[in-house]
Design a protein. Structure first.
Length: 368
């Protein structure tokens, strides 16, 4: 069977080509008055519209394979561009919000999240920001929770963004009546040392191996590993410095003695200039997503089945230190937690306190 290729390169028209010449199909393609032959390009053309596209498919669906992948890709790209333009236009309404967040030294990712929360609200409510009511916000949060299945932590970020804008910029009192969702108390997933060893052993690339080891060695967030500089490593003190971390504070954490040799070998081989882990063009740091992919592939290759991302290395760092008897206040400092309550969650997954407790099942002789 022949194939009809339907391609699209601009908004105005679609181009039609058969895989090979067939006189009957050529006669048939001339039937619709909206299809014409382009002599210069030697192809059939038609104005683009969903109706024309559907009609062409119906005409030839029984006689040819139809490949319209090009049209689908073009329309998908066009839709994304249109959405981005619309988003940027809406973003201009929140210039004062952006300015205030920058003045107050909020982190780039936080600014991006707060702006997005407010843009999406006016998209949802179809109102100007000044006209939004408390009921609109409640309906929006219900939509995010019920339809989009947002987690309570994500909803918390959305509410923070909305409260900042409506309380500090627009001075609206109703925003204080918006309640936060009840948080689910999930325990962190912790990798044991055998699993971490298997993950590291599965990585052949020295740069990738060094990244993963460094994250576990110091309990780093992936964003901190991504933006670490060469000068942040202190081999003599066996420490690494985290600049401007999540809570806008610098902190110092551990550089494992067993990692020093590997890290020095990496520096000698790759010769990074500024960023410790450079991106492909060597002028910027490696992306967070690239590090996450390295971990995901290594975890799969190692056969580790626990459901955890690279942040699990940070959880494991804290839990392993706690199990080895490290004071939880020191762990709080190493992790950069603003509140000890955040660090206390690791006491619930620490197995040290369980080692001296026996299950009542052990007191039953099942052999009798």
């Amino acid at each position: 069977m022949n194939t009809l290729y339907i391609n699209q390169y601009d908004d105005e028209k679609i181009c039609l080509k058969f895989k090979y010449y067939d006189r009957n199909l050529i006669v048939k393609i001339q039937t619709p008055d909206y299809i014409s032959w382009n002599v210069e390009r030697r192809q059939w053309e038609a104005p683009y519209s969903p109706n024309y596209l559907d009609n062409i498919k119906k005409i030839f669906q029984d006689e040819t394979y139809i490949d319209s992948t090009s049209v689908e890709k073009y329309q998908s790209k066009r839709k994304k561009i249109k959405a981005k333009i619309e988003y940027n236009n809406l973003l201009e309404k929140f210039h004062e919000l952006k300015k205030e967040l920058i003045i107050q030294k909020y982190r780039r990712n936080t600014i991006k999240s707060y702006l997005k929360s407010n843009v999406e609200l006016i998209r949802f409510s179809k109102k100007e920001p000044i006209d939004v009511t408390g009921e609109d916000i409640k309906n929006y949060l219900y939509y995010l929770s019920n339809e989009k299945n947002y987690k309570s932590t994500t909803l918390d970020v959305v509410i923070n963004g909305l409260k900042f804008y409506y309380s500090q910029i627009l001075k609206k009192k109703f925003i204080y009546e918006v309640e936060r969702p009840r948080k689910n108390k999930y325990l962190p997933t912790v990798l044991n040392k055998s699993e971490i060893k298997a993950i590291v052993k599965s990585i052949d690339n020295l740069k990738h191996k060094t990244m993963i080891l460094l994250i576990y060695s110091g309990g780093l967030r992936v964003s901190e590993a991504s933006t670490m500089r060469v000068q942040d490593v202190d081999f003599e003190r066996e420490t690494v410095t985290i600049k401007n971390s999540k809570n806008r504070k610098d902190r110092v954490t551990l550089l494992a003695a067993t990692l020093v040799k590997t890290l020095k070998k990496y520096l000698e081989l790759y010769e990074p200039k500024y960023w410790l882990f450079e991106g492909q063009n060597r002028t910027s740091h490696i992306s967070i997503r690239s590090i996450q992919k390295v971990f995901e592939l290594a975890k799969k290759k190692a056969g580790v089945i626990k459901e955890t991302g690279i942040h699990g290395l940070r959880h494991s760092f804290a839990t392993n230190l706690l199990e080895e008897g490290t004071d939880i206040r020191y762990i709080q400092d190493l992790l950069g937690h603003a509140s000890p309550k955040t660090t206390m969650i690791y006491t619930h997954v620490c197995t040290k306190k369980l080692t001296n407790i026996k299950s009542p099942l052990d007191g039953i002789d099942l052999e009798d």
